[in-house]
Design a binder for this molecule. Structure first.
Ligand code: IPM
Ligand code: MN
Length: 354
């Protein structure tokens, strides 16, 4: 019998729904080609629902999400909702509650895509960031003392557990092997964060012992930012904590051509994973049919891979590569030479022709 999947769809805020629509067109095209089926379960989580009902992520929805095969997310973030409410209430809650402990973000420059790094070519920009996704500064540990007084104290703690660090590092080495890559670089700050990155460094070396065929390296996060710009070809797989991973993947997105093309996955290798374009909700482009849907379509390719539909994932990626090489002029909203929908149509066309 053909495989069948239950896929949760959270279009979310801003341009999220527009780009998700294009991703779902690509999904329909590969499903038809390759003969698998799926049900889409749509959830109206996001700023509009919050403004109407005060709800971010009801417990009943969270329970349902845990029973799916995968989740496809557009974007979360609404100009009328104060920062933090939707991000914590929806995005981080899903990452934590579903134990999506790796945030996987490929930084790949496809041929034909413009990079701000003048002398760098696709062969120079091809790495994957494995960002820890459930710990670090993101756990919300800390608090205020004497808030609002001149003696105010604010503490925000980075929580790093041996188990959490180890499973993330192990994932990076496994991924390195699986993708035929050569080197894993630990990105940290061992010269200042002498507790957290001491644990990371010791764990990294211990796990590396089990992967003698893989080269290892270390870079402080500040130096890594410098080298990502100057010598991106030095990097293959990068593993790092939640906060550093957040920062270096925005840098990575820029060198691979911008938010229009950068995708990522929140992965629980034993559970339910969630895939998303890594850019935000882009309120100023909402409803204008101008935003680049390729990041969302690339996230869909990662989702297919995660489901075990690797050949479908490759077909979607192949179609994206063709669009960026032959058709669209820029990755940026409004400068593509095509509308959001037209870019989605081109992807579908190339999937059907492949
Ligand atoms: C990301 C985003 C989120 C993060 C925000 C929206 C909470 O920047 O997915 O990188 O910091 O993880
Ligand atoms: Mn980010």
């Amino acid at each position: 019998m053909a495989n069948s999947y239950r896929i949760g769809v959270i279009p979310g805020d801003g341009t999220g729904p527009e780009v998700v629509t294009e991703g779902l067109k690509a999904l329909a095209a590969v499903a038809e080609r390759n003969g698998f089926s799926y049900d889409l379960i749509k959830y109206d989580l996001g700023g509009d629902r919050y403004l109407k009902t005060g709800e971010t992520l009801p417990a009943s929805v969270l329970k349902e999400l845990k029973g799916l095969h995968a989740i496809y997310l557009g974007a979360i973030g609404h100009p009328e909702v104060p920062p933090g409410i939707l991000e914590q209430g929806i995005l981080l809650t899903i990452r934590f509650a579903l134990d999506q402990y790796v945030n996987l973000r490929p930084v790949v420059l496809y041929p034909g895509v413009w990079t701000p790094l003048r002398d760098k070519k696709p062969e120079d920009i091809d790495c994957v960031v494995v960002r820890e996704n459930t710990e670090g500064l993101y756990v919300g540990s800390g608090g205020f003392l004497r808030k609002g007084t001149p003696d105010e104290v604010a503490v925000q703690e980075s929580v790093n557990t041996r188990k959490g660090v180890e499973r993330c590092i192990r994932y990076a080495f496994e991924l390195c092997r699986r993708q035929g890559r050569k080197k894993v670089t630990l990105c940290g700050k061992t010269n200042v964060l002498t507790y957290a990155f001491d644990l990371w460094e010791r764990t990294f070396h211990e796990v590396a012992e089990e992967y003698r065929d893989i080269e290892t390296d270390y870079a402080h996060v500040d130096a890594l930012c410098m080298w990502m710009v100057k010598n991106p070809e030095w990097f293959d797989v990068i593993v790092t904590d939640n906060m550093f991973g957040d920062i270096i993947t925005d840098l990575g997105a820029m060198i691979q051509g911008g938010m229009g093309i950068a995708a990522g996955g929140n992965i629980n290798p034993e559970g339910v994973s969630m895939f998303e374009p890594i850019g935000g909700s882009a309120p100023k482009y909402t409803g204008k049919n101008m935003i680049n849907p390729l990041a969302a379509i690339a996230a869909l390719a990662m989702l297919l891979d995660d489901l075990g539909e690797e050949s479908s994932g490759r077909q979607v990626e192949g179609a994206i590569k063709k669009v960026v090489k032959d058709d669209i002029k820029s990755m940026d909203a409004g400068r593509m030479g095509y509308t959001t929908q037209e870019v989605g149509d081109l992807v579908v066309k190339y999937i059907s022709e492949a």
